[in-house]
Design a protein around this ligand. Structure first.
Ligand code: SF4
Length: 303
């Protein structure tokens, strides 16, 4: 048995002893995904966290995800193996910047991408993820929307809902936004039979070249259900690792080597083992803040 296999065995044993539910995002290292009870995108993970009956939830992802789990299921203990793993996009908008924007457009509803802090959520009317953003915006009575923090996702949604007026915030995911049209064209030329699947956090010039645009789960579903055999994946590397592992008859190419989220890769097997063994890395927040952040998240879950 190698070191990783021994750690995985130890983790699975600890998980059982503690009665813990381990959740992992698709962008986590593959060995972390293999230790999880459930792997998903932000929306699916938030839903699982909300419904969890285990007293202990261990969240392998970035900080805002662990916070959402605590907001939605406050009586459970929520731990993160790396609570210091942040999200650069989430850090781009603060509650005070959002308040300024609300002052500029007082009649607009605030739609907040879940990739944001609890404080930012607390200032918002409703949350969304990349898988339900169009549906969430469509569901609002008002036609004027402030969309934070991701400008690219906001612009993608606005393109689908021409009757609504959007005010964007200049936030972005550095991992997805770095991809250029030239890289996408080059990848298509290198793999002429492959379908290009991209995440809406990419720039419009890349999105426009895609055969499919969707959330992380959407991309995985599309690649697995398609009769095509080759795919260029325009989202984080963890998705390529997972698709390659579980779909041996198909070929997956990462659109660019830049598609790696360092924060998502922080969590190691050792971190996960220590977190379960010593119950460290607890996520908590003042109840007043949690309640304010709960309302927009809960509204999203009901759409
Ligand atoms: S991939 Fe982008 S949006 Fe997702 S956690 Fe990393 S920096 Fe944040």
């Amino acid at each position: 048995m190698n070191e990783n296999e021994m750690l995985i065995e130890e983790i699975l044993k600890l998980k059982e002893e503690r009665g813990a539910l381990v959740l992992a995002h698709y962008y986590q290292r593959l060995e972390i995904q293999k230790c999880a009870d459930f792997v998903g995108d932000s929306f699916e993970l938030a839903k699982r966290a909300k419904e969890a009956e285990n007293n202990l939830i261990v969240f392998c992802g970035v900080r805002f995800m662990g916070e959402s789990a605590k907001i939605l299921n406050p009586t459970k203990k929520v731990l993160m193996p790396r609570p210091d793993a942040g999200c650069q996009m989430a850090d781009m908008v603060t509650a005070s910047k959002l308040r300024e924007l609300k002052g500029q457009y007082p009649k607009a509803a605030v739609v907040c991408y879940v990739n944001s802090s609890a404080e930012t959520k607390a200032e918002s009317d409703i949350c969304c993820t990349s898988s339900n953003a169009v549906r969430v915006c469509e569901s609002l009575d008002t036609n004027e929307i402030i969309f934070v923090p991701d400008k690219n996702l906001g612009a993608y949604v606005a393109g689908k809902l021409p009757d609504k007026m959007f005010h964007f915030y200049y936030g972005y995911c550095p991992v997805h936004r770095n991809i250029t049209r030239d890289e996408a064209l080059k990848a298509k030329k290198q793999h002429p039979n492959a379908r290009l699947l991209v995440h809406p956090e990419c720039e419009k010039e890349v999105v426009d070249l895609a055969d499919y645009v969707g959330s992380t789960s959407g991309i995985i579903r599309e690649a697995e259900s398609s009769t095509a055999e080759e795919f260029i994946i325009g989202t984080e590397y963890g998705v390529v690792e997972r698709l390659t592992e579980y779909n041996p008859g198909k070929k997956f190419y990462l659109l660019s080597p830049k598609l790696v989220c360092i924060n998502m890769k922080y969590t190691s097997l050792i971190n996960l083992r220590d977190c379960l063994r010593d119950e460290i890395g607890e996520i908590d927040m003042p109840e007043e803040l949690r309640l304010k952040a709960f309302t927009p998240l809960d509204r999203m879950m009901r759409v």
